[in-house]
Ligand binder design. Structure first.
Ligand SMILES: *[C@@H]1O[C@H](CO)[C@@H](O)[C@H](O)[C@H]1NC(C)=O
Ligand SMILES: *[C@@H]1O[C@H](CO)[C@@H](O)[C@H](O)[C@H]1NC(C)=O
Ligand SMILES: *[C@@H]1O[C@H](CO)[C@@H](O)[C@H](O)[C@H]1NC(C)=O
Ligand SMILES: *[C@@H]1O[C@H](CO)[C@@H](O)[C@H](O)[C@H]1NC(C)=O
Ligand SMILES: *[C@@H]1O[C@H](CO)[C@@H](O)[C@H](O)[C@H]1NC(C)=O
Length: 418
């Protein structure tokens, strides 16, 4: 059984220097945890809503980062007014006022910067050459969302592509949120995640075995094997079981949601409710360790998701409409709306995510960066052979969540079907 991490959270957030607080004003010097909880909850509930829409549109492998998306919407909301702001607030379940959102993201991002696997979390915003932002907007994004504005004199389609490519090729590690502001706003986000497993798989035990796409159809894939103590829970109401596989330092983990049958994923997805993730994570939190013989494919998963339609479906309509978008707080300099500002609307909202899992951990691509390779001798303990072993064989379509135990925030969620 795990300890609640609330205390660790207080220590992490309470003791590190905070240079912004003096001029930020709105936020108090100590994290109350309440704002962070509010933001983390919005993130996870919104994940469930958007997954519900995406699962209909994308019938194959699917991966996206709810954390990146909700951070972007949180920022966007600071630049929105009128109906546009209301729509973002309602659809993305930000049930709280701006100071709570500020404090929540401030704490969350700070926490990720203190966590080894996510310490390079950056929020890079590229400004086109002629674009001028409202000072208050820019300062808000810099202060609370750790936004880093960079002016690109010639922000063209190809330079945007180059930046995205750089991000997805792991030139930046961790979670990266890139937003491009031109006279038209385009959100272009690419990310990878890199961390070693807490208990690594022995590559010598990896064998080719069947992965069943359905009852009749299967492919041979490399399957990694490990027998170790893990938390495994049965979720009969979902027709599935879940297991938690920790990354190094135990702050982040991969939760695998495995349907009980080869064709059960669709049913599991149908049963998922807004609160299902909490139910799963809570059950794992309370579970006792078991000796598990785990079989997990070595796999990669990537997708590029255009979020415009899903967001519109969830009610964020005016954001994308040249006539109705109210993003005046982003670039309105001073005075009435008609002066000093170009009417803005969002023209693109694309998330590209790529993860690769192997015996060592999770990486952005199959070309594992050399500095991340394990230097340790991977000798395995020869103590007593484990007893009471339970099998967990991920040989059929499944879902996964990469999440952090401290705040219970989901960074990535995916579905692997082929
Ligand atoms: C746009 O938002 C601003 C700021 O909230 C508000 O003052 C203005 O009335 C809104 N404009 C429209 C057309 O709704
Ligand atoms: C805001 O939305 C309401 C309800 O949909 C609509 O009646 C109103 O005209 C909208 N306001 C603007 C400024 O578009
Ligand atoms: C900007 O990009 C365009 C199109 O790629 C190119 O023709 C132009 O020379 C570039 N300008 C500068 C200043 O780099
Ligand atoms: C992309 O990466 C290359 C090589 O690391 C670098 O030279 C280039 O400036 C980067 N481009 C952008 C737009 O950041
Ligand atoms: C796992 O197996 C080891 C070795 O036999 C044993 O000491 C340990 O108690 C077992 N763990 C559980 C949770 O059963």
């Amino acid at each position: 059984m795990r300890l609640k991490f609330g205390i660790i959270l207080a220590i992490l957030l309470g003791t590190s220097e905070n240079v912004w607080e003096a001029d930020a004003g709105v936020i108090s010097s100590y994290s109350d945890g309440v704002s962070l909880r509010a933001v983390a909850d919005s993130n996870n509930l919104f994940m469930a809503k958007i997954y519900d829409v995406l699962k209909e549109t994308y019938d194959r492998n699917l991966i996206f980062s709810p954390f990146a998306l909700s951070t972007q919407l949180g920022m966007l909301k600071q630049g929105a007014g009128g109906n546009t702001s209301d729509e973002i607030q309602t659809a993305s379940l930000f049930a709280y006022d701006d100071p709570t959102i500020f404090r929540g993201y401030f704490d969350l991002i700070k926490l990720y910067k203190l966590t080894p696997a996510t310490k390079s979390t950056t929020n890079q915003i590229f400004l086109g050459g002629k674009f001028s932002t409202n000072y208050v907007f820019q300062r808000t994004i810099e202060t609370y969302f750790d936004g880093n504005f960079k002016r690109v004199l010639n922000l063209t389609k190809s330079s945007i592509e180059e930046i995205s490519k750089n991000i997805s090729q792991n030139k930046y590690k961790g979670l990266v949120s890139a937003v491009f502001l031109e006279s038209k706003l385009s959100f272009n986000y690419a990310s990878t995640f890199q961390s070693l497993w807490e208990s690594r798989f022995d590559p010598k035990k990896t064998v080719m075995e069947s992965f069943f796409k359905n009852d009749d159809d299967f492919v041979k894939v490399p399957m990694m094997k490990i027998t170790t103590e893990l938390e495994l829970v049965d979720l009969p109401h979902l027709g599935a079981k879940a297991i938690s596989l920790p990354f190094q330092n135990n702050q982040l983990n991969l939760i695998i949601l495995l349907p009980n049958t080869r064709t059960g994923l669709w049913m599991v997805e149908k049963q998922l409710k807004e609160y299902s993730f909490y139910l799963i994570s809570d059950r794992i939190l309370k579970a006792d360790m078991q000796n598990v013989s785990l079989t997990l494919p070595k796999f990669d998963i990537k997708s590029a998701i255009d979020l415009q339609e899903p967001l519109e479906q969830l009610g964020m309509k005016s954001l994308f409409s040249p006539d109705e978008a109210n993003l005046t707080r982003i670039n309105l300099l001073r005075g009435p709306v008609t002066k000093g500002s170009i009417p803005l609307h969002v023209t693109g909202f694309v998330q590209s995510t790529q993860l690769y899992f192997n015996e060592e951990g999770s990486f952005g691509s199959q070309v594992q960066p050399s500095d991340s390779a394990s230097q340790e001798d991977l000798s395995y303990e020869l103590g007593d052979p484990p007893t009471n072993i339970v099998e967990f064989n991920v040989n059929r379509p499944f879902m996964g969540y990469i999440h952090d135990w401290i705040t219970d925030t989901v960074l990535y969620t995916f579905r692997k079907v082929e």
